[in-house]
Write a protein that binds this ligand. Structure first.
Ligand code: G1P
Length: 286
């Protein structure tokens, strides 16, 4: 059985984007003309994960509205003959089948994923963190699906980071399975550079067996006093059931203002309408 559902945790407070995130969920900040979240949902859909489970929190209802129909807006665009815009608005609502569950307290990524247990049910699933945007010909989560050997196995996306940054990520180590893959034996959440087992960091793409919910339910608070997804996956790693994949593609951490700006420029330069104008703007500024 292959995963068909993707869980997207979007309950975070977005403190790195305050004060804008007082009123706008960070996942709704735009990358050119659509919200960051739409890019990762498009990635999931392209990889065959058309059922999306959003884990939201209070103050995030703008996200649900974006993926819903908007009858008054649609009628107004139709009446004024703005057919292209109408199709854009409709395609946002048709992008995926979206349901949402709430994380009532900010108790960590592992706790957020656990809230999706009933919506996912007893089947393997994906977790996609919307702060990590990857632009690649083969969707990043699809690259993980391509190497998964069985639904009992977990697969996580990895990339090398400078040693001094290991304390920002989940860090993994284990024997090589080929040029771009390892069998993960050790997984630690945000270790100090001196104690980090490697410099291979987890990027926000995971394939997980349903069993992870049971493990998460018994995972004690870890780093930062939060229930960490990394700690639960480490249990599977101890059983030899986790692969790490050095995915290919351009990666952006849109969880920080400069990362969002980098991703904005990347997508604006590729955009059929705005590409040339953006290139010209950059020439003038530099
Ligand atoms: C989370 C995970 C971490 C992972 C990172 C990737 O951390 O806990 O293991 O490396 O996402 O973006 P966060 O960025 O939520 O602190």
């Amino acid at each position: 059985m292959r995963a068909t559902k993707a869980v997207l945790p979007v309950a975070g407070m977005g403190t790195r984007f305050l004060p804008v995130t007082k009123a706008v969920p960070k996942e709704m900040l735009p990358l050119v003309d659509r919200p960051c979240l739409a890019y990762v949902i498009a990635e999931a859909v392209e990889a065959g994960l058309g059922d999306i489970v959003l884990v939201t929190s209070r103050g995030k209802s703008a996200i649900e509205d974006y993926f819903d129909r908007s009858p008054a807006l649609e009628a107004s665009l139709a009446a004024s003959g703005k057919e292209a815009l109408l199709q854009e608005v409709l395609s946002a609502a048709r992008l995926a089948r979206v349901v949402s569950v709430r994380q009532q307290e900010p108790r960590g990524l592992g706790h957020a994923v656990l809230q999706a247990a009933a919506a996912v049910g007893n089947q393997p699933f994906a977790v996609i963190l919307p702060d990590d945007i990857v632009d690649s010909p083969i969707p990043a989560i699809g690259q993980l699906l391509a190497v998964q050997e069985s639904p009992d196995q977990a697969v996580v996306a990895l990339r090398a980071v400078p040693r001094e940054k290991t304390n920002r990520y989940g860090i993994c180590a284990g024997p090589s399975l080929g040029p771009d893959r390892i069998r993960i034996e050790v997984m630690v959440e945000k270790p100090a550079p001196e104690t980090a087992p490697s410099n291979l960091s987890v990027v926000g793409r995971y394939l997980l067996p349903a069993e992870i919910f049971e493990i998460l339910a018994h995972t004690p608070p870890g780093r930062g006093g939060e229930i960490q997804l990394t700690d639960a996956i480490a249990v599977l790693a101890g059983q030899g059931r986790v692969q790490g994949v050095m995915f290919s593609g351009a990666h952006f951490d849109t969880g920080s203002p400069v990362g969002l700006l980098a991703a904005s420029l990347h997508y604006a330069l590729k955009h059929p309408t705005y590409g040339a104008e953006t290139a010209e703007l950059l020439r003038r500024l530099t």
